[in-house]
Design a protein around this ligand. Structure first.
Ligand code: GLA
Length: 676
């Protein structure tokens, strides 16, 4: 429908309560709701934030605005507005979740005109009526009512204005950014050999060993290794190291790569012990591009693309299947219909995945690793069969098939943790949390234990959105990484809302234990409906720089068969990736704020330190940065621009100045080391 027409429908005539003038009703949902900011998801017209009919306390509303705390919507009233009214409350889609509480606040010209008080899930809607006489600008705010934003799905139902004159219009929180064409900073890798990737690799005693030496340079390259421990062998053509090591301990190896133009070598530490994922996992996951449409063919093509694109030469390793490899509980799609488990209780993949072991072998033969997805409840988030009461059997099956990574969600387990009936038909997939921390931890203890009992190393990735401060206990259940947030989408709001809120979890990151702010949203993404990332190029530089500073697992979320040069250049900058893969494993935190500029600092194993200068504002920020001493730097410093891989003039910590021009929503990423 054309927007002018939609707009006209939004007006209806009513009689003013304020005397003779004719009042018009203007529905909030007919204004541009995209101007709203909110803590999670996108603003929805006439629907909840998750896209369901607006429902509060069992009552359904046809119209309104579905949002999420912390939410703000500014409305310019254009004179003549008389009244704002709405029925507000937490949307029933959160299923009585105890974590969900919000407060609705209406401000006019800076003054609070109405506030709801804290409102909880399931409570009936409250009627809000606000006299707007003389008010010029209105702010509709939803706060988290002081207990965090989890499950704060908030509805402004039946929200409307009565106006005698003028036309209310929402005001975007930020003016639209100027167009930025893609620009590439990463220099091409030299034709001479260079060995990239992490300096350290962890393996458990007796587990199959697979490590492919990531190296750029003209092919053919001949690989060799000095002091490779007994039990391992290196294929000199592919660079794949395989075998097993039985004795715990450390091995200091020198890796070598030689081609017709030269030779490179690099020290490499193999640690045989309890801990794996000594640096954050790097790879690909099917969800952000294919979601519920994934198939074995797509996964194999992704593995092929990881090799053909050259990304394997920069340390990218895992090829992870997300949800929808299992049969679905109620989908009508014939490819998703079939038995959930065989007579022995073994999980049965859906018909799009005819040969799980064959697929894992295919991935391994390319020198890559394979990942899978499940949930502790009976059903995954998408409604496919999950691991409830088959945890041990599933861990054994994944190991038998040859998988190296498990992402383990929370969906449908919430109902069980909250005391519901796991066998009930249509058990809710989303919404419920555990009664207490022990209940939130338990399912991960169970799966963590069974994964550890397998005779292969399976990276354990928890996906429960940060509940019960997962960063404090994820390591104790054998977790290697854990999501700290809800799902990311390819917008600045989502990226910045997640990326710049990681400080509380940061001190808990260490080798083997990583905070996961969710997967990458560069390239062609779209959850089954592909489109180029809606992030502009500067926002994409921010994304990759920030994720590397945060020591985040790096899982590419795009269709890798459709790479463009710009996206590839973001993913193959070895000096930027080296921050993520740094063996010290310290996560960056925000150390300075200056207006819209945030400075993130990450300590590195070589004694250096990375500084990310991010500009969260809508216009370029210029700074003469003179606070190196404040940050603890001393003496003469070497400054390297990591994206451009080039040095700036040395500066003195005491009085040196770093001139910075940071694009809107963009970044300047430097590494600082002592000057020689
Ligand atoms: C949740 C996770 C996503 C994805 C889907 C699959 O939303 O957070 O990353 O795994 O489930 O249904």
């Amino acid at each position: 429908m054309n927007s002018r027409f939609a707009y006209a429908l939004g007006f209806s005539l009513a009689w003013s309560t304020a005397g003779m003038a004719t009042a018009e009703t203007v529905w909030l949902d007919d204004l541009n709701l995209a101007a709203a900011t909110q803590g999670w998801g996108d603003p929805h017209k006439n629907q909840s934030v998750e896209g369901h009919p607006l429902t509060i306390g069992g009552k359904r509303f046809e119209r309104g605005f579905g949002t999420h705390a912390a939410g703000l919507l500014r409305v310019n009233l254009d004179g003549g507005a008389q009244k704002f009214s709405a029925s507000v409350g937490v949307d029933d889609e959160v299923n009585g979740n105890a974590a969900s509480s919000v407060e609705f606040i209406v401000r006019g010209d800076g003054r609070v005109l109405w506030q709801s008080g804290a409102m909880r899930a399931g409570a009936p809607a409250k009627d809000c009526e606000v006299d707007l006489a003389g008010v010029k600008s209105l702010v509709l705010e939803v706060s988290d009512a002081g207990d965090g934003e989890n499950f704060d799905h908030a509805d402004w139902a039946d929200a409307k204005f009565e106006t005698a004159a003028g036309r209310p219009a929402t005001v975007p929180a930020e003016p639209p950014l100027a167009f930025v064409a893609p620009y590439m900073l990463t220099p091409a890798a030299p034709a001479t050999p260079r060995i990239n990737g992490a300096n350290v690799f962890g393996v458990r005693p007796g587990s199959p060993f697979l490590f492919t030496i990531p190296a750029t340079g003209d092919r053919p390259i001949k690989f060799s290794a000095i002091h490779l421990p007994h039990g391992l062998k290196l294929d000199s053509v592919t660079g794949q190291i395989t075998g097993t090591l039985n004795k715990p301990g450390q091995y200091l190896v020198t890796l070598r790569a030689k081609n017709s133009l030269g030779e490179a070598e690099k020290p490499f530490r193999i640690v045989v012990g309890n801990q794996i994922a000594l640096t954050p996992p790097m790879g690909w996951n099917s969800w952000n591009c294919f979601a519920g449409a994934v198939s074995e063919e797509m996964v194999k093509s992704a593995a092929d693309a990881m090799v053909k694109s050259g990304l394997i030469n920069h340390g990218w390793t895992y090829i992870n299947v997300d949800d929808y490899w299992q049969n679905h509980r109620d989908s009508q799609d014939p490819t998703l219909r079939g038995p959930f488990r065989n007579r022995d209780g073994v999980i049965v993949p859906n018909s799009r995945f005819p040969d799980m072991k064959g697929m894992a072998d295919y991935i391994h033969n390319l020198g890559l690793k394979a990942g899978l997805y499940s949930s502790p409840g009976p059903w995954t988030c998408g409604g496919c069969a999950a691991s409830w009461q088959h945890e041990e059997q599933d861990a054994q099956t994944y190991a038998k098939w040859g998988f190296d990574y498990l992402k383990y969600d929370w969906c449908s387990y919430g109902e069980i943790a909250a005391g519901g009936d796991p066998n009930a038909k249509n058990i809710p997939l989303w919404g419920k949390t555990a009664k207490d921390d022990a209940g939130a931890i338990f399912p991960y203890q169970v799966m963590g234990k069974f994964l550890r009992e397998q005779n292969r190393d399976i990276v354990f990735s928890l996906c429960q959105y940060g509940m019960a401060d997962v960063w404090k206990w994820g390591g104790s259940v054998n977790g290697n990484c854990w999501r700290t947030t809800g799902d990311i989408v390819d917008t600045w709001k989502s990226l910045s809302g997640i990326g710049f809120k990681q400080d509380q979890a940061a001190p808990f990151a260490q080798p083997g234990n990583w905070n996961d702010p969710d997967m990458l949203i560069v390239g062609q993404v779209g959850w089954g409906n592909l489109h180029p990332s809606r992030l502009n190029p500067d926002e994409q530089y921010t994304h990759i720089s920030l994720w590397c500073l945060l020591s985040a697992p790096l899982l590419i979320g795009c269709d890798m068969t459709k790479f463009d040069d710009f996206t590839l250049s973001l993913l193959e900058n070895d000096e930027v990736l080296a921050l993520d893969q740094d063996e010290l494993g310290k996560e960056a935190m925000c150390v300075l704020k200056d207006g819209d500029v945030r400075v993130y600092e990450k300590d590195l194993a070589d004694g250096g330190c990375a500084l990310g200068f991010f500009n969260l504002g809508p216009a370029a920020a210029n700074r003469q940065f003179n606070q190196l001493a404040t940050l603890g730097f001393k003496g003469k410093l070497r400054v390297r621009d990591l994206w451009r891989q080039s040095n700036l003039p040395d500066v003195d910590a005491a009085n040196g100045i770093l001139p910075l021009t940071i694009p809107a929503h963009g970044v300047v990423l430097y590494k600082i080391t002592a000057a020689k």
